[in-house]
Design a protein around this ligand. Structure first.
Ligand SMILES: [Zn+2]
Length: 230
């Protein structure tokens, strides 16, 4: 029910043109980051359709293009990311990314590390997502925080577990930076541009089979206002 109300408000907001006009005033180039989790068997078809749609109308960028600021100005840039760690990625995600020659960031939990070479062998980039992913990082002691953020290999990207407003603060961001990460992603919706703090980057969690209309409106920024309300 909440989702239905949210979707109706997104459509309503879009029809009032508020997000449409708002995005025109944002400094370009802009990057929108799509966060996915598991892509289940029945979602694979819809996932590929969305990839094809994004390729046609937007500029899908690799993690390398993101860090190198190699972005399109005339089109919205889209960075694709996956969170947590699902063995179904191997069958349902990797073949599609390979087919469309795309590279993504995979923010994996410790338990998925044994599969990490499956991802990196295909050119994808790994990101940190905490060691245990049990609590929101601001709730931890300094020692616990260190343990959650530490990583045995050097990684540039970090995604705050849970990612909502309660999942990060300045102290946590500083610890992430000390841990060697250069970029940290929230799950707060929005466009990223040169003015966005690299330790509080915007990212939106949308399932692979999110209704097409909602997905399109998300790309245009309608989602941003709605998340602040709901
Ligand atoms: Zn997670």
């Amino acid at each position: 029910m909440k989702i239905l109300i949210r979707n109706l408000i997104i459509i309503l907001f879009y029809l009032t043109s508020v997000p449409f006009w708002r995005r025109l005033f944002l400094t370009k180039p802009r990057v929108r980051v799509w966060c996915l989790h598991e892509v289940k068997n029945h979602q694979v078809g819809e996932f590929e359709k969305k990839i094809v749609y994004l390729k046609k109308h937007y500029n899908i960028i690799s993690p390398e293009q993101f860090t190198g600021h190699n972005l399109a100005k005339d089109k919205l840039n889209i960075l694709i990311t996956f969170d947590d760690g699902f063995t179904s990625w191997l069958d349902n995600v990797l073949p599609i990314l390979k087919k469309h020659r795309l590279c993504a960031i995979f923010f994996i939990e410790e338990k998925f590390v044994k599969y990490s070479s499956n991802l990196t062998d295909e050119g994808h980039v790994l990101g940190g997502h905490s060691t245990y992913h049990l609590k929101r990082l601001p709730e931890l002691s300094t020692e616990e925080l260190k343990l959650e953020i530490q990583n045995s290999v050097k990684l540039d990207f970090f995604a705050y577990p849970f990612g909502d407003k309660k999942s990060f603060n300045r102290v946590v961001a500083e610890a992430v930076k000390q841990g060697g990460y250069k970029y940290a992603f929230t799950i707060l919706p929005g466009f990223n541009n040169i003015k966005t703090d690299s330790l509080f980057l915007h990212r939106d969690s949308l399932d692979a089979d999110t209704p097409r209309l909602i997905f399109k409106l998300w790309l245009k920024g309608s989602y941003d206002l709605i998340k602040k309300i709901l």
